[in-house]
Design a protein. Structure first.
Length: 178
């Protein structure tokens, strides 16, 4: 909350960006699945960040969990901690009525799907969506997160949280020395 206030924002976010990242695991990992879209056998990290890119919530599943199935679990886990976060930006993997029906049962979120233009070829920066992709890039700077080496889901989530705490403390330290 202090990092948000130092950036000139309210302490509690009102909007967030949700996405997932599939990562390979080792054979020692207990829970894992196969993401057919990315052709990766491993785990999927679902995160939601605020508009500054600071992580608000995190859940790790087997990679076979679809984005629209993991998103409600993630939003349910942050509902009480961040009660003012009501608007969520998401990618096309979260489109459809299935997600909207599940979200009506657990809260009153509005979901805005940000899609790529069909005419665009190659890379395109999408509004609001780049924030969560940047957060994944920040987290993957930690060598330990390049591949999921953990045996348990709790341990995998803990290492992601440790990496994010490191990012926030460095950001806060920058403000102290300016």
């Amino acid at each position: 909350m202090e990092a948000r206030e130092l950036e000139g924002k309210e302490a509690s976010p009102t909007a967030g960006v949700i996405d997932s990242q599939s990562v390979k695991t080792t054979e020692s990992g207990a829970i894992r699945g196969y993401d057919a879209g990315k052709k990766i056998k491993g785990r999927k990290r679902h995160i939601i960040v605020d508009t500054l890119g600071l992580m608000v919530g995190l859940i790790v599943h087997g990679a076979d969990v679809q984005d629209r199935d993991g998103a409600p679990d993630l939003l349910k886990s942050i509902r009480h901690r961040w009660p003012w976060l009501l608007h969520v930006f998401a990618d096309g993997g979260n489109a459809g009525d299935k997600l909207k029906r599940r979200l009506k049962k657990i809260g009153r979120w509005t979901v805005e799907i940000i899609k790529r233009s069909d005419k665009t070829k190659g890379f395109e920066v999408l509004p609001r969506r780049w924030v969560v992709e940047r957060t994944f890039a920040w987290l993957c700077r930690c060598r330990r997160l390049a591949k999921d080496l953990e045996r348990s889901i709790a341990s995998a989530e803990a290492w992601i949280m440790i990496a994010h705490i490191r990012l926030i403390t460095r950001r806060l330290a920058r403000y102290c020395y300016l």
